[in-house]
Ligand binder design. Sequence first.
Ligand SMILES: Cc1ncc(COP(=O)(O)O)c(C=O)c1O
Length: 380
Amino acid sequence: MSSDTSSASWGDGTRSVHAGEGPPVPGAPLRPSPVFAAPFHLGDRPPRAGGADAYARTEQPTLRVFEEAVGALDGGRCLSFATGMAAVSAVLLASARAGDRVVLPSDGYYATRVLAAEELERFGLRIEHVPTREIGDVAARGGLEGARLVLLETPSNPELDVCDIAAVARATRAAGALLAVDNTTATPLGQRPLDLGADLVVASDTKALTGHSDLLLGHVSTRDGELHARLKSWRDHTGGTPGPFEAWLGHRSMSTLDLRLTRQAANAAAVAELLAGHPAVHRVRWPWLAGDPSFELAARQMLRPGGVVSAELADEDAVARLLARTRIWAAATSFGGVHSTVDRRAQWGGDAVAPGFVRLSCGIEDTDDLVADLAAALGR
Ligand SMILES: Cc1ncc(COP(=O)(O)O)c(C=O)c1O
């Protein structure tokens, strides 16, 4: 058996299992076991001579294997981080300097805006916020001239708006800026921003990539050697490197990504349909629901549907009633896990959403059970 993990013809299930694998080694496990070490024996050589590992904050075998796998799915070179925010902050702080103009989504993950307001502006970065649905127009009007970095989040969390990555990438390149895309909601099987012209793809792997709600991880991938070196240096110096157990568990969890996403999307389709026809629901967002504002662009740009659905109930009490009645849906933040969850976003204070706005993350339970339980919890 030979191993050709670069095979672009492989399907998502095969790639989820085999991405980044080297040739099989007789007598070795199918997937390398975690190597638990902080320092490694140096012997009588100078540190790193002959490529040997020296200290796990900068290099370790388990992380390399995981990064090969994630990078293969993204189509770039991956650097893993301890959390998604460690990855997002690495992108922002390693590529911009004082005085640079940085464009962020005004409707993306709120902690990125908090990071910008409470930390980045302190270092002299000039932050601007543009809604995901408007960034394409801003780019087309030449509004990205003078920017150093543009960060997109598409589909955005939690409203699930979508923007045209390839069009913004062309404008960003023409403006001499870098384009980074937060691909957390889509995952590398749902969207490949590097193929669409982005310089960097960043994600919280706490979400669907690892998908069991028991890990914190993030990553950045790029095809640009200089950017990779810059980010690696940033990670080495600031110390956001994940430990070997997280990397191993992340890789193990990623093997089922295709299976989980398939079930989550099937569940999301059924849930979106239920919600769209329910009198207690004012507004439903799922980019693959016919008539959704994101529908056309998502169908053109994305590779598969996702498992997150957003909806607006009457108010906070309506959400509380739903949560009191459901037997399956858990009240929890985050998304992309095997459990189905409901998160009333206004309780966190960071998103411009109505009090009854909820983000539903469809898990991998049986579709009929999920829909029946949600219908009963919503009431008549
Ligand atoms: C789109 C997006 N990016 C980044 C993050 C941050 O990830 P983490 O919680 O792993 O730091 C999140 C977390 O919810 C997110 O939704």
